[in-house]
Design a protein. Structure first.
Length: 354
């Protein structure tokens, strides 16, 4: 995988830039490294590992005769989706996702057949033999069909997996794939929901360089799968011409690859949960240390306060004693005067008597 993409390639393409912090999905928290200047930064270490898993799955699926449907309809994804899907010979949808492209594939396939018939009529010059208004209506309808269905003209059956850029925008495509139990390989930005995605690729799904790089990696995986099939000598018939035995073999290979991928994903989630538990335990240990230091600090403060209080007690008692002594002295003087008056009183009485 290192020969396909490196950490430097991801950094140069800006794959690590997420959305603004106010636009995020909390379910993507485990794939985020942090936040800088109000923008989430995606953990590229996980991106490398998960991109390797997605690469291996796409390669093995195509090697077994499977088909990957490329989906990306927003402006900056249209050209990379079309270019790389054509490069690896896979179907694509890059203009508009029509409701029921997967769940109502029989009807969609009928529209593709009609488009092919109109193209045959146009090339044969049949439109020139029609009235102008009828020819104009057929030409407009053909243009509309080509715009929406040109990428799946050769897709005779449901794809074996779907590769999606920007799952929030392509939520209908993701929902249809999940309903049909088709594996979803998708680039998940910080505002995406990773739950319905079978193979999550955390990364920037808005920047042109990022989408170009990630589409190229998936296309390279498909090309490698084709090369492996050619080297093994197994000639995979077109989707509409496979025998029941070939269909069963391809389905078994895809099921085995999906089980292995799910096991790897479960192990990876367990490792991430263990790391988060360690971080939580380390964070919880910090308050415990602080709470252990608090009584010692309180004891030190108490030791400083008590002597001061004790030192102030004698002052208070002394002042109280002196204060109590002063009234005693003041009352003692009148007491002495009273004694003298009492002492003089009998003498004056005795003198009066005499």
């Amino acid at each position: 995988m290192s020969a396909v993409v490196t950490m430097s390639d991801l950094l140069a393409a800006g794959v690590h830039f997420g959305h603004q912090t106010r636009r995020w999905n909390p379910k993507m928290e485990r794939f985020l490294w942090g936040e800088r200047n109000g923008i989430y930064i995606i953990d590229l270490r996980q991106t490398l590992q998960l991109l390797e898993d997605a690469y291996a799955y796409v390669r093995d699926t195509v090697a077994g005769g499977g088909t990957i449907l490329f989906v990306g309809t927003k402006r900056q994804a249209q050209y990379p989706i079309q270019r790389h899907a054509n490069a690896c010979g896979m179907p694509y949808v890059n203009q508009r996702w029509l409701g029921g492209m997967l769940t109502n594939f029989r009807t969609i396939r009928g529209r593709v057949t009609k488009m092919l018939e109109y193209e045959r009529m146009q090339s044969a010059g049949d439109f020139n033999n029609m009235p102008k208004k009828e020819a104009l209506l057929h030409t407009r309808e053909l243009t509309k069909l080509q715009r929406n269905l040109n990428g799946i003209r050769n897709m005779d059956k449901l794809p074996d997996a779907v590769f999606v850029l920007d799952t929030p925008k392509e939520h209908i495509a993701v929902a249809e794939a999940v309903r049909l139990k088709l594996p979803v390989v998708a680039v998940a930005d910080s505002n995406s929901d990773p739950d319905p995605i079978t193979y999550v690729i955390p990364g920037n799904d808005d920047a042109i360089r990022s989408t170009e790089l990630l589409c190229r990696v998936i296309a390279d995986a498909a090309l490698e799968g084709r090369y492996m099939a050619e080297r093994s000598g197994v000639v995979v018939a077109p989707a509409g011409e496979r025998s029941p035995e070939e269909e069963a073999r391809i389905a078994a290979q895809q099921a085995e690859a999906q089980r292995a991928a799910m096991a790897e994903a479960a192990a990876r989630e367990a490792r991430i949960a263990a790391d988060q538990a360690k971080k939580a335990a380390a964070a919880a240990a910090v308050p415990d240390m602080r709470s252990a230091e608090a009584p010692a600090a309180a004891a030190d403060v108490g030791g400083d306060v008590v002597p001061a209080a004790e030192a102030s007690v004698p002052d208070a008692s002394t002042s109280d004693a002196s204060a109590s002594a002063e009234p005693a002295t003041e009352t003692g003087e009148p007491a002495g005067d009273a004694t003298e008056a009492e002492a003089l009183a009998p003498s004056s009485v005795s003198q009066g008597a005499s």
